[in-house]
Design a protein around this ligand. Structure first.
Ligand SMILES: [Zn+2]
Length: 137
């Protein structure tokens, strides 16, 4: 009996718990697991989320395109073998690439689309171009 009373007491201490809208941050009546006060807020929240995601994707695509443009520029100039600092100075971002392949000699080709590079034992980067740009599985 005592236990039941205590349990009843615990439940009654929190009878006004209301969900808070993720979008407008207002409390509203409804199931506690509801996330939005209205369809409008739900749409607004989703649009914001997608905008963030789309910006992120656009920014990464821009970095990849810039990397490829730099590799292409250097290749056109005939500078296909150079120290990494040269790419750094051009604004190349080594953190972003589309895929890597390991060559039979152990060197790793790192690609931005069809253009890439591998690091030679002397530390220099050799720029490479791939004819069939889709990596084999
Ligand atoms: Zn709301």
């Amino acid at each position: 009996m005592f236990t039941i009373l205590r349990l009843g007491h615990l439940l009654s201490t929190n009878p006004f718990e209301m969900p808070k809208c993720l979008s407008c941050n207002e409390s509203f009546k409804g199931r506690i697991d509801k996330k939005y006060c209205s369809a409008h807020c739900r749409t607004t929240w989703h649009n914001i989320q997608h905008a963030d995601r789309n910006n992120m994707i656009r920014n990464i695509n821009n970095i990849l395109r810039r990397n490829r443009r730099i590799l292409n520029h250097l290749l056109q100039q005939g500078s296909s073998n150079l120290p990494p600092e040269v790419l750094n100075e051009c604004g190349f971002n080594f953190n972003y690439f589309t895929y890597q392949t390991t060559l039979t000699n152990g060197l790793i080709n790192t690609y931005c689309y069809d253009l890439g590079y591998h690091q030679m034992p002397n530390g220099h980067l050799e720029i490479v171009k791939r004819k069939n740009y889709l990596p084999s599985r």
